[in-house]
Design a protein around this ligand. Structure first.
Ligand code: SAM
Length: 234
């Protein structure tokens, strides 16, 4: 997984990112209004950061150099970018809020890997700090299966074709995105993104085992759940 289609990513997700940013802002205002420092795991092209007030200082971590290249083009002065795997990052700083949005956690293909990330989050969260993430659950299968198979989505810009996305489920637990996109010279390239869907109970159980408390669980569209959790040091 390289996210080589990063240059057209914003065309697909801009609207969704604005909604996420608004929701996140409301959550921060409700539970941790003094928030200043936010860590974004799988920050991508910084769509979320671009839609939040400049008073926040971000550190964004992502493993894809394509996504980070697009992120840098936004020239956001309140963001520090780090190229790293979110299962392995090490930071000395601590944060008021850690976020991981728009399916990033689904890119981790086992509960063991998710647990590694949760452990890492604990290390960098301040006491009472928030961890907010979304996840495609097994409920998402109901939305995508099977009538939605062979579903092409065409995103276009000023009449030009930009990207074609084809999504399908393979086995019971994987969501496969086949993404076809037009390069600058007009050729079509393909990338496959593999996501695992999880049972929400196993995710919550793993989170609780790591010492987080769940503050809110919001059911979003298409079987996706947003979890707002808090980590309290004893
Ligand atoms: C669907 S994008 C979401 C980007 C951004 N959070 C947003 O809301 O627009 C998923 C991002 O997670 C990154 N990612 C997936 N697995 C990762 C890993 N193990 N370590 C670091 N980044 C990862 C990908 O490179 C990609 O940029």
């Amino acid at each position: 997984m390289s996210y080589s289609f990063a240059s057209i990513y914003d065309k697909i997700y801009s609207l969704q990112a604005r909604r996420y940013a608004q929701l996140l802002y409301e959550i921060i205002e409700k539970y941790y209004p003094s928030t200043r420092y936010i860590l974004d795991l799988g920050c991508g092209t910084l769509l979320i950061e671009a839609n939040l007030p400049k008073k926040f200082k971000f550190v964004g971590i992502d493993a894809s150099s394509f996504m980070l290249k697009e992120a840098k083009k936004k020239k956001l002065k309140n963001v520090v970018l780090i190229k790293s795997d979110i299962r392995k990052f090490k930071l000395r700083k601590s944060f008021d809020v850690v976020i991981s949005l728009n399916d990033t956690i689904n890119h981790l293909l086992s509960l063991r890997e998710i647990r590694k990330v949760f452990k890492n989050v604990k290390k960098v969260l301040k006491s009472n700090g928030l961890f907010v993430f979304d996840i495609n659950t097994e409920e998402s299968l109901r939305y995508y299966l099977p009538k939605k198979l062979s579903n092409w989505i065409v995103f276009s810009d000023e009449g030009r074709k930009e990207v074609l996305v084809y999504r399908k489920f393979k086995e019971r637990k994987f969501l496969i995105w086949e993404i076809y996109y037009f390069t600058n010279n007009g050729t079509i390239k393909k990338e496959i993104i593999r996501e695992r869907v999880y049972n929400i109970k196993e995710i919550k159980h793993t989170l609780l085992r790591e010492g987080f408390n769940i503050l809110e669980e919001l059911l979003l569209k298409k079987g996706k759940v947003l979890i707002v959790s808090v980590f309290k040091l004893n």
